[in-house]
Design a binder for this molecule. Structure first.
Ligand code: SF4
Length: 236
C-alpha cells in the first residue's frame, strides 16, 4: 500500500517543464530531513491508497484536459513527488502505469535511493544535496554513473559554502553531466540556519553573477509557484 499525502493540479514551478499545467501526486514520507525542507507536512500525514486508486484520481484530473496538448505531448504533465516517492516498493509500477497514459511523467526524487527500476520514459528530477542540506552523505554516487538522456539534476543552494562545493563538484565530475540539464534552485537561508551551520547566505543576484563569472553550465530556475502564491504554507 502507498500513502498519499495529496493530489492537485497546478502550474509546474521547476525543471524544464516549468510553467506547464501539471497534475501533482504527493506521496507521504521521506527518508531524509533537509534543513530547508518546505514540505515537512508530507513527512507523516496521508491516506493509504492502492495504485489503482491513484490511477483513478489521475484519470479524473486528466478528464477536463481531454484533447489539449503542448507541442507533441498531451496536457497536463504528471509529477510524482513527496516526501520521497522511492521509499515505496510499489513506486516503479505506479510510474509505469502513469507513463501508459502517454502524458509526460516527472519523478522528483532526493537521489538517495536506487532508481534503476524506474521506467525509462520517466523524466527523473534527481537532487544532489549540497552542504547546507545537512544530508550530504546521502548522495548516491551510483545514480550519477547511470544517468539517462531525459534526466535533470537539481541542486538547492543557499550559501557561499554551497556554491563553492557545487563549483568544485561540477569541476571534478564534468564528464558525468554531458548532455544533462543541471538545475539550480536558490533558497533564502535564515540567519538562524546560517549561524548554526556557520554558513554565509548568498543572495539570488550574487549567485547569478557568480554563475556568469565562473561560466557554470547550469540553469538557474525561479520557483514559479512561490512567486504566484508566496504566502501559501503548502505548495500548490
Ligand atoms: S528530501 Fe525533499 S522532502 Fe525529504 S526532507 Fe529533503 S527537501 Fe524535504
Amino acid at each position: 500500500m502507498l500513502q498519499l499525502c495529496e493530489t492537485f493540479t497546478s502550474l509546474q514551478g521547476e525543471s524544464t517543464f516549468a510553467g506547464l499545467p501539471c497534475f501533482f501526486i504527493r506521496l507521504t514520507g521521506c527518508n531524509l530531513r533537509c534543513g530547508y525542507c518546505d514540505t515537512s507536512y508530507a513527512f507523516a500525514q496521508g491516506t493509504p491508497v492502492s495504485i489503482e486508486e491513484i490511477l483513478k484520481l489521475t484519470q479524473e484530473a486528466l478528464c477536463p484536459w481531454q484533447g489539449r496538448s503542448y507541442g507533441s505531448f498531451p496536457l497536463p504533465i504528471i509529477e510524482l513527488t513527496g516526501g520521497e516517492p522511492m521509499i515505496y516498493p510499489e513506486t516503479p509500477e505506479l510510474l509505469k502505469r502513469l507513463c501508459d497514459t502517454q502524458h509526460p511523467v516527472l519523478l522528483e526524487t532526493n537521489g538517495s535511493l536506487p532508481l534503476d527500476q524506474v521506467d525509462p520514459r520517466v523524466h527523473r528530477i534527481i537532487d544532489v544535496k549540497l552542504p547546507s542540506s545537512g544530508v550530504l552523505s546521502h548522495n548516491n554516487p551510483q545514480i550519477l554513473q547511470q544517468l539517462r538522456p531525459n534526466d535533470q539534476i537539481k541542486f538547492v543552494l543557499g550559501s557561499y559554502e554551497d556554491y563553492n562545493w557545487l563549483k568544485n563538484f561540477l569541476h571534478l565530475h564534468s564528464g558525468l553531466f554531458q548532455g544533462t540539464t543541471l538545475l539550480l534552485s536558490w533558497y533564502s537561508m535564515s540567519p538562524e540556519m546560517a549561524f548554526s551551520l556557520d554558513h554565509h547566505p548568498i543572495s539570488r543576484a550574487k549567485l547569478a553573477e557568480l554563475i556568469l563569472q565562473d561560466a557554470l553550465p547550469v540553469r538557474l530556475q525561479i520557483q514559479l509557484h512561490k512567486i504566484l502564491w508566496p504566502n501559501e504554507d503548502r505548495l500548490r
